[in-house]
Design a protein around this ligand. Structure first.
Ligand SMILES: Cc1cc2nc3c(=O)[nH]c(=O)nc-3n(C[C@H](O)[C@H](O)[C@H](O)COP(=O)(O)OP(=O)(O)OC[C@H]3O[C@@H](n4cnc5c(N)ncnc54)[C@H](O)[C@@H]3O)c2cc1C
Length: 645
């Protein structure tokens, strides 16, 4: 039974909270650390940094990922950059400003205490990564360079060309390898966590399946850390790596961990438009491009079919610059995405199907030279060319919004611990500090803040009271959960149906995109809630449902994916329920019923300034998930209608 949700935000002035908390947190002495085994699931920037740091501190860490190497985690795809309040540009930035921009960017749906801590810690991340040798871009004189990202009027984004995630992950991976070699971290690649084991209500282990041999195994630990990333692929098409999924967090939810704000999805405005039905992935064109690219569509529908260079200046509508003069092309993602949808809905979209807008570099090339643009974004132009066959130095890119990031995730308190004692959640997998909309370049910041600088201080708070409590894997609870996992694998294979996984997943994705995507309304959400159980039945019906060839004792990617799609099918219901229950618009959650006269999201602070956290109650057909609310208290910022005009 879950009582009041307590975020455990320390009292005292905002800028003292984290220091005070650290000063009064419990410690584990150096000699005792090796007595604790910590399970870390995930090796992206969040999990990799946590595992390396905990290993360095002297804990024994078991680290898991489903890729063949930790450095293939999805974090490697991050392009644009990472924020920090260094104020190297001397343009007025500060910890407070980064904090404020993040709270406002998230449409006032995140915790002040957490976000301030994130802004404070941001500067340490840059120092740490520079020490590791991460090759951040530099100015001519050798100082670290910065660029701007959406929702900020300063340049605070550190970057390594368009490969920031890759370079950060390589730094993190080196730190991890050092610990693997030192023997403090034991690495389990190609191993998928399929459930969490609770003993006396505490998370004390996991059940895994080897993706190469199919072997199911038990692992016990003193604490479990989930760093398993986001679930944007529930929509089938997204900018996420194909493997990203919800399984780890969803199965923890079914074990009692609360799932917070599942409907908060980020739709990124600058992605290459979908070009065909059988496409399985969408490609991001980094937000950094909006530093120099100008977004426009023709003013008149009749011009949409003309080549862009035949449309003269006066006939172009630079709609972001027109609507949001102070932020212009760097309006935040939710706002820029909706603006793109709006002009396309008006019939002014360009490219096949009219679902595209131009991102034009002609002015920047004239002003700065093609070479400068190539230096800044060369690899992104190359990706664009490879996919579309078009040379964006000569013709504008075509872009359209796509699912990109999930602000929802498992609920955690200030210590990054879920409501299940011992179960900690970091990075994109937790419900995060980004509220209802994440600002660009803030996910890498949050993942690394959690892993390098927050969890290593807060985990001992839990561990200090756990000496000698690690159960043996012979504990009956391990056997029970292992049996459940094996039974589920068998159940999937037994369906022996006819439909391909992709066809079911694609259908689910299209339904969600339509009813729970960039715009939502009560009728559409109810319709989706009616259809999702039908799709679940379709998936599971024996002889007719999903077809998974092969067996469970071997490398079987269809089986891996089937388990994940089955979880998406259940999780999608929770998303729609959350979106229906939150009867307001905020950030990326745009309920069509609630908008200002000029079409912006209209919050309802009186009733919805809260985190929604859902508790699993068993079979949803018998008893739906139970909603808990954590009210958000704003002591420093004043809640206003978010404006970027
Ligand atoms: C194309 C793209 C570009 C981006 N660019 C930027 C950017 O420029 N700046 C920015 O701030 N953010 C960016 N983001 C967002 C950012 O990359 C992610 O939010 C962040 O990298 C997530 O890191 P993570 O460590 O939480 O998870 P991930 O990097 O997704 O890692 C998840 C890990 O968990 C493991 N895992 C998952 N489930 C299981 C399981 N069941 N069992 C075992 N292991 C499991 C995986 O193997 C992996 O190791 C971008 C996102 C995309 C899609």
């Amino acid at each position: 039974m879950i009582g009041t949700l307590d975020g455990k935000i320390p009292s005292g002035p905002l800028d003292q909270k984290w220091r005070t908390h650290r000063d009064h947190s419990r410690l584990v002495s150096p000699n005792n650390r090796r007595k604790f085994e910590i399970i870390v699931v995930g090796t992206g920037l969040a999990g990799g940094s946590a595992a390396a740091t905990l290993g360095e501190l002297g804990y024994r860490v078991k680290c898991f990922c489903y890729q063949d190497s930790p450095r293939r985690a999805h974090s490697i795809a991050a392009q644009g950059g990472i924020n920090a309040a260094k104020n190297y540009q001397n343009d007025g930035d500060s910890v407070y400003r980064l904090f404020y921009d993040t709270i406002k960017g998230g449409d006032f749906r995140s915790r002040e205490g957490n976000v301030y801590r994130l802004a404070e810690v941001s500067n340490l991340i840059i120092d740490q990564c520079v020490e590791q040798g991460v090759p951040f871009a530099r100015e001519y004189g050798g100082l670290l360079a910065n660029r701007s990202f959406g929702g900020a009027q300063v340049s605070r984004t550190f970057y390594a060309r368009g490969q920031t995630g890759q370079q950060l992950l390589l730094g993190c991976y080196q730190a991890l390898c050092r610990q693997i070699s030192a023997g403090t971290v034991q690495m389990f690649p190609q191993t998928e966590m399929l459930d969490v084991v609770l003993v006396d209500g505490h998370a004390k282990g996991i059940i895994t399946r080897s993706l190469t041999s199919g072997k199911i195994e038990r692992h016990s630990g003193d604490a479990v850390v989930l760093a398993t990333g986001g679930y944007g692929n529930v929509f089938y098409l997204s900018t996420n790596a194909r493997g990203c999924n919800v399984t780890a967090t969803y199965r923890a939810y079914k074990k009692g961990a609360l799932f917070a704000n599942p409907c908060f999805t980020q739709i990124h405005p600058t992605c290459i438009p979908q070009s065909g039905y059988y496409q399985s992935k969408l490609t991001l064109m980094s937000e950094s491009l909006r530093n120099d690219g100008r977004v426009w569509v023709p003013k008149r529908k009749e011009d949409c079919k003309k080549p862009p260079n035949e449309i003269p200046e006066p006939d172009r509508d630079y709609y972001l610059e027109r609507k949001y003069p102070s932020y212009g092309n760097l309006a935040p993602r939710d706002i820029a995405s909706r603006a793109a949808k709006e002009v396309c809905d008006e019939g002014r979209g360009v490219g096949p199907g009219g679902r595209g807008v131009y991102l034009d570099f002609a002015d920047a090339i004239k002003r700065l030279s093609e070479n400068t643009i190539r230096e800044r974004y060369g690899n992104l132009f190359e990706i664009y060319h490879k996919i579309t066959g078009e040379n964006a130095y000569q013709v504008p890119m075509r872009i359209y919004p796509a699912v990109h990031y999930t602000m929802g995730g498992l609920w955690v308190d200030y210590n990054l611990m879920s409501n299940v004692p011992g179960l900690h959640v970091i990075g994109e997998a937790n419900f995060s500090d980004h509220g209802a909309n994440r600002l660009g370049a803030s996910a890498l910041m949050q993942g690394l803040a959690d892993g390098y600088f927050i969890l290593p201080y807060t985990l001992p708070n839990y561990l200090a009271g756990q000496t000698g409590k690690r159960p043996s894997i012979d504990h009956p609870e391990f056997k029970k959960v292992e049996d459940d996992v094996s039974a589920r694998v068998k159940k999937i294979l037994d369906v022996n149906g006819k439909r391909s996984l992709d066809s079911i997943h694609r259908e689910l994705g299209a339904l969600l995109w339509d009813k729970c995507g960039m715009a939502r309304n009560a009728a559409g959400l109810r319709e989706a809630l009616g259809k999702i159980p039908e799709l679940q039945e379709e998936f599971w019906s024996r002889g007719r449902g999903v077809r998974v060839p092969g067996n469970g004792e071997d490398f079987n990617q269809a089986l891996e994916r089937a388990g994940r799609v089955a979880d998406f099918l259940e999780f999608a219901e929770l998303m729609c329920l959350d979106a229906l229950e939150r009867d307001e618009s905020c950030g990326g959650h745009f309920r069509e019923e609630h908008q200002t006269p000029d079409g912006e999201a209209l919050r309802n602070d009186e009733n919805y300034a809260a985190v929604f956290a859902w508790e699993y109650q068993g079979n949803p057909a018998m008893a739906g998930p139970k909603l808990h609310r954590e009210p958000l208290h704003f002591e420093t910022v004043h809640l206003t209608q978010r404006s970027y005009k």
